[in-house]
Each structure stands twice: as C-alpha cells, then as structure tokens.
Design a protein around this ligand. Structure first.
Ligand code: PRP
Ligand code: ZN
Ligand code: MG
Length: 227
C-alpha cells in the first residue's frame, strides 16, 4: 500500500529512459531495491516510492495527481497535454523542474527510401502513421494543409512497409530503426530529451515540497559533474 507520507516518483519500466533514470537516482544517493517483476520499489534511505510504468502513462499520472514526480520525455508530456486539451479534460498542468542530460531524440517524419521527396508539401493528403497525432497535427496546422493521421501505439515503422501508410512520424534517436525498416528521415518536427517533471507545486504538502527541492539540488549536482 502506498503511504501518503512518502513521495511518489514514476520512471519508465523498460525502454530508452529506464537505465539512465535508475542511474540518476542511484547517483543522487537514493538506495533502491529494484525487483525485476515488481511495479514498485521503495527507497531505503529516503521517504520515496518509485513506480515503474510505461513512459506514455507518466504524464497522466502527474496531471491526475497520482504521483508527485516523474522522469519522462518532454515529447510524451507535450502530446498528453495536447490530447487532454483536445478532449477538454481539466487536468493538464505540470511543471518541468529540470531538463535532463539523456533521452535525447527527435520526432520526425520519414518516408520509404525510394520516395522522391522535395519538401513537406509532398505529404499533402498523405496517410501518416504515428503515436503522436496531436504533435503532428500542431505541426501540420502551421503548414495549413490536410493529412490523414493513423494512430499506432507501437511498431509505427512497420506501417509503411506493410502498405498501411505513405509516411510515418515517430521518434528517432540513433536512426537505426528507420534504417532497418527502409525509411529515410525527411523532417524534424519536435526535439526532445528527458526531464524531471512534477505536479503543480501549489498542491504539494510542505514536507514533500522540501524533499523535492533536496532531490532537485542533488540532480543538478549530478548533471553539473557530468558536463
Ligand atoms: C522509439 C521509436 C523507435 C526507436 C527509435 O521508441 O518509437 O522505435 O525509439 O530509436 P533509434 O532511432 O535509436 O532506432 P521508444 O524507445 O520511445 O519506445 P516506445 O515507442 O515503446 O515508447
Ligand atoms: Zn513509449
Ligand atoms: Mg517505439
């Protein structure tokens, strides 16, 4: 059972950010007992509970006030905010406390290697597979033309190979996934890295606020030392 007297911090269970997130907490002197199959871990030497979840769920957990802190990509955070705005959901607030020095990636448009591509107008009316429909819409709204979004929560790169889409819009880090799927990156629409994010600070009790400040100072120290 979660204790109200402990700070709750959500990190990615498995994926690009998990190892770096765990290392950062370790470097901050937090002793965590991570059990492979468990979704919860308890810090031994600080009143902090760590929740291991899908990165895509972290923004919602913060905005709905389930956890006070999270480590997540700014792209996922922005997408959730836009999605909630679109749906008219009241809870959309959060605060980025610190940009982190890992999880660097970009949200890009990519097309099959053999597609002739001059500029973004080649994608007018194109069918585009993505897990980020709202960030993509924001980008195309600025270009003032229409496209057909197609939401896939994973394996987006496969969509164009399978003939489901003319283009894809997905995260690129090293570019290996695009290459492996015969795709070329043609436009960068959003740049992202991991960040430490919190609930709106007004809702946080004083002792938790102080603990967050202490943790933030340590995180800033770790980042500074790595520069
Ligand atoms: C992203 C993206 C690609 C991969 C690209 O997934 O969806 O699959 O990383 O990385 P590369 O350019 O280095 O090959 P992510 O790790 O965010 O996982 P998720 O889609 O399951 O959230
Ligand atoms: Zn994800
Ligand atoms: Mg992926």
């Amino acid at each position: 059972m979660l204790s109200k007297n402990r700070l709750r911090l959500a990190i990615q269970k498995s994926g690009r950010l998990s190892r770096d997130s765990q290392n950062l907490l370790k470097k901050c002197g937090i002793k965590i007992n991570l059990q492979k199959s468990s979704l919860m871990a308890f810090a031994e030497n600080m009143p902090i509970d760590i929740m291991l979840v899908r990165d895509d769920d972290i923004p919602g957990l913060i905005m709905d006030g389930v956890v006070e802190l999270g480590i997540v990509g700014i792209n996922v955070l922005e997408e959730e905010k836009l999605a909630r705005k679109f749906l008219g959901t009241a809870a959309q607030s959060y605060k980025i406390l610190q940009n982190l020095d890992f999880g660097l990636c970009r949200l890009s448009l990519a097309v099959p290697m053999d597609t002739e591509y001059l500029n973004v107008f080649c994608l007018k009316n194109a069918r585009i597979a993505t897990s980020y429909p709202h960030l993509l819409k924001k980008y195309f709204d600025k270009k003032v033309f229409f496209f057909k979004p197609f939401v896939l929560n994973g394996s987006v790169e496969v969509a164009s190979n399978a003939g489901l889409a003319d283009a894809i819009c997905d995260l690129v880090s090293t570019g290996a996934t695009l290459e492996a799927n015969g795709l070329k990156e043609v436009e960068v629409i959003y740049r992202s890295s991991a960040c430490l994010v919190s609930q709106n600070m007004n809702n946080i009790p004083l002792f938790k606020y102080q603990l967050i400040k202490k943790l933030l100072t340590r995180i800033q120290g770790v980042i500074k030392a790595r520069e």
